[in-house]
Design a protein around this ligand. Structure first.
Ligand SMILES: *[C@@H]1O[C@H](CO)[C@@H](O)[C@H](O)[C@H]1NC(C)=O
Ligand SMILES: *[C@@H]1O[C@H](CO)[C@@H](O)[C@H](O)[C@H]1NC(C)=O
Ligand SMILES: *[C@@H]1O[C@H](CO)[C@@H](O)[C@H](O)[C@H]1NC(C)=O
Ligand SMILES: *[C@@H]1O[C@H](CO)[C@@H](O)[C@H](O)[C@H]1NC(C)=O
Ligand SMILES: *[C@@H]1O[C@H](CO)[C@@H](O)[C@H](O)[C@H]1NC(C)=O
Ligand SMILES: *[C@@H]1O[C@H](CO)[C@@H](O)[C@H](O)[C@H]1NC(C)=O
Ligand SMILES: *[C@@H]1O[C@H](CO)[C@@H](O)[C@H](O)[C@H]1NC(C)=O
Length: 446
C-alpha cells in the first residue's frame, strides 16, 4: 500500500474549477481577499503555470492541530486553553496562528445517511462559532476537519453528498482552514474519484466567498501532488501518517512513515511544492515524547526532534504543532520557536528543498532550499549512528559559482566566514546543521 501512489497511472483531468475561476490577477502577495470575492492567482509550478484558485497560503500554514495529542477527546476548553498557551508561550508571535480542530468535534458517530452533521453540544457548548470567535478575538485562525465519506476516520459523520451545505456551515461558523480527509473513506478509490470529491469541496469552499485554506488530505496516494493544486488545494499530505520515530527500522513497509521515510518521500516530489500549494509532511511530532495515544512510536531525542523540525522547515511543509503546547519542555519550545529556522520555512519564494548530495551509503546528506533574497538555506544531515564530518562545496554540491561565500549557523545564530574553500563541520548522529549561505564573490568563469 505504501508505494502504490507512485505507480498509479496519471489521469489527466481538466479542472472545471480552474476554468470557472480563473480571472485576472498575478498577485503573489500574502494579503487575503475580501470576503466578497475570491481572487484567483497564477503561480509558476513545475515548469508551467497553474491556476491557484483561492489566493491563500502564500507561505506554508503554521499552527496547531488537536489530533496527535488529544485524538477525538477534544472540547472547547482544550481549544481555548491551547489558544491561550500558544499566545502566552510566544508561539503566536513566532507565526503559529492556525488552531485546527481535527476529527471528533461532530455530534454523531455513524453514517451521514443516518445522521446530520452537527457539532457535539457537550464538547462545544458554544458551537464551533464560539471557539472561532474566541480565536479571531485573539488574532488566531480556526481550522476544522471533515472528509468526503459517509463517515470520517474516527467514525463521525462525514460530508459525502453534502459538500456545498457543509462548506456553507463552516463559512458561517467563521472557519479559516479545512482538513478534508479522504484517507479512510477513499483509501482504495481510483484517482478520478478522489479528484472529484476533492474538487467538489474545493468548489464549495470557493463559492462561500470566505477565505478557507483547503487541505486535500489523501495520505500521499494517487499522485495527489500532481493534481491537487489545480483543484485549489493549498496543501496535501505526501505520505501516510507520521509515527513518533526518527528512523524505526522496518517502519517503511508498514502504514506509518517515520521522519526519514517522510524526508525520502519528499525528495521524490519536491518540485510540486510552492506558494499556495504545499507538500505537507504531516503534523509535527516535536514534544509527543512517545506518549501519543494516536500515533505509534517511541519518541525522539531532543536533537532528533530538532532535526525533524529543521527538515520540515526547509521542505516548506506546513508546520502544525501536534503536542500539548502547555507541556512542552524548554528545549522543544525553543526548537519550535526558532525564528531564523521559521524564516526559512516562511521565505516568500516558497522554493522546495532539494537533496543535493548523499554519501554512498546515504548516511550523510546535503539539502538546499533557495531563498528569495538570493541566498540559500542548507541542511547537513547525519542519518548515521556516529558523528560524521560533512563537507559542502558551493560549486560541487550546491551548483553555484560562489567561490567566496559566508554562512550563518541558524541554530547557533553565528556568522561564519567568508571562506574560499569548501566548508567542513562535524555533525552529530541524527543531527542536521542548518546554515544560510550567501555569495560574497565569484572569481572563476563568472
Ligand atoms: C488556467 O485557466 C485558464 C483559463 O480558464 C485555462 O485556459 C488554463 O488551461 C488553466 N491552466 C491550468 C494549468 O489548468
Ligand atoms: C484585469 O486586471 C487589469 C490590471 O489590473 C485591469 O486593467 C483589468 O480591467 C482587469 N480585467 C478584468 C476582467 O477584471
Ligand atoms: C494564468 O495562467 C493561465 C494558464 O497558463 C493563462 O492562460 C492566463 O492568462 C494566466 N493569467 C494571468 C492573469 O496571468
Ligand atoms: C476536555 O478535554 C480534556 C482533554 O481530553 C479533558 O481532560 C477535559 O476533562 C475535558 N473537559 C470537559 C469540560 O469536557
Ligand atoms: C460571492 O461573491 C459573489 C461576487 O462577489 C456574489 O455574486 C455571490 O453571491 C457571493 N456568494 C455568497 C455565498 O456570498
Ligand atoms: C507532560 O510531559 C511530561 C514529560 O514528557 C510527561 O511525562 C507527561 O505525561 C506530560 N503530560 C501531559 C498532560 O501531556
Ligand atoms: C540511498 O537512497 C536512495 C534514495 O532513497 C535509494 O534509492 C538507495 O537505494 C539508497 N542507497 C543505500 C545504499 O541505501
Amino acid at each position: 500500500m505504501t508505494r502504490m501512489a507512485l505507480h498509479t497511472t496519471i489521469l489527466l483531468f481538466a479542472s472545471k474549477l480552474a476554468q470557472a475561476q480563473l480571472a485576472n490577477t498575478t498577485s503573489t502577495t500574502s494579503t487575503q481577499p475580501t470576503p466578497t470575492a475570491i481572487t484567483p492567482w497564477n503561480v509558476t509550478h513545475y515548469g508551467g503555470t497553474v491556476n491557484i484558485t483561492n489566493n491563500l497560503a502564500a507561505t506554508p500554514p503554521m499552527g496547531w492541530s488537536s489530533w496527535n495529542h488529544y485524538g477525538p477527546d477534544i472540547n472547547e476548553t482544550v481549544v481555548r486553553d491551547t489558544i491561550d498557551a500558544v499566545e502566552r508561550l510566544g508561539l503566536k508571535d513566532a507565526g503559529y496562528v492556525y488552531i485546527n480542530i481535527d476529527d471528533g468535534w461532530q455530534r454523531y458517530k455513524g453514517s451521514r445517511e443516518e445522521h446530520p452533521l452537527e457539532v457535539d453540544p457537550v464538547k462545544f457548548p458554544n458551537g464551533i462559532k464560539g471557539v472561532a470567535d474566541y480565536a479571531h478575538s485573539k488574532g488566531f485562525k480556526l481550522g476544522i476537519y471533515s472528509g468526503p465519506g459517509v463517515d470520517t476516520c474516527a467514525g463521525y459523520t462525514g460530508s459525502e453528498g453534502h459538500a456545498e451545505e457543509d462548506a456553507k456551515l463552516f463559512a458561517e461558523w467563521g472557519v479559516d482552514h479545512l482538513k478534508y480527509d479522504s484517507c479512510c473513506s477513499h483509501g482504495t478509490a481510483p484517482q478520478a474519484e478522489v479528484q472529484q470529491v476533492m474538487l467538489d469541496m474545493s468548489n464549495a469552499l470557493i463559492a462561500t466567498n470566505r477565505s478557507i485554506v483547503f487541505h486535500a488530505c489523501h495520505c500521499g496516494w494517487v499522485n495527489v501532488w500532481e493534481w491537487a493544486a489545480e483543484e485549489g488545494a493549498n496543501q496535501w499530505r505526501i505520505g501516510q501518517d507520521i509515527s513518533d520515530d526518527f528512523n524505526f527500522v522496518g517502519n517503511r513497509e508498514k502504514y506509518y512513515f517515520d521522519v526519514l521515510d517522510m524526508v525520502d518521500r519528499g525528495n521524490e516530489v519536491a518540485q510540486y511544492t510552492g506558494p499556495g500549494h504545499w507538500n505537507d509532511y504531516d503534523m509535527l511530532i516535536v514534544g509527543l515524547n512517545g506518549e501519543s495515544k494516536q500515533l505509534v512510536g517511541t519518541g525522539l531525542s531532543d536533537i532528533e526532534y530538532r532535526t525533524h523540525f529543521s527538515l520540515w522547515a526547509l521542505a516548506a511543509s506546513p508546520l502544525l504543532i501536534g503536542a500539548n503546547v502547555a507541556n512542552l519542555s524548554q528545549y522543544n519550545l525553543a526548537t519550535l520557536s526558532a525564528k531564523e529556522i521559521i524564516a526559512v520555512n516562511q521565505d516568500p519564494l516558497g522554493a522546495p528543498m532539494y537533496l543535493q548530495w548523499s554519501a554512498k551509503d546515504n548516511s550523510t546528506q546535503i539539502y538546499a532550499k533557495a531563498l528569495k533574497d538570493g541566498a540559500m538555506a542548507i541542511a547537513l544531515l547525519n542519518r548515521g549512528g556516529e558523528p560524521a564530518m560533512i563537507t559542502v562545496s558551493m560549486r560541487e554540491h550546491l551548483t553555484v559559482p560562489w567561490d567566496v561565500y559566508k554562512l550563518r549557523d541558524l541554530w547557533k545564530g553565528q556568522d561564519r566566514g567568508p571562506y574560499d574553500i569548501p566548508f567542513t563541520t562535524e555533525v552529530r548522529s541524527h543531527e542536521a546543521k542548518v546554515y544560510r549561505v550567501e555569495q560574497v564573490a565569484c572569481t572563476v568563469g563568472c
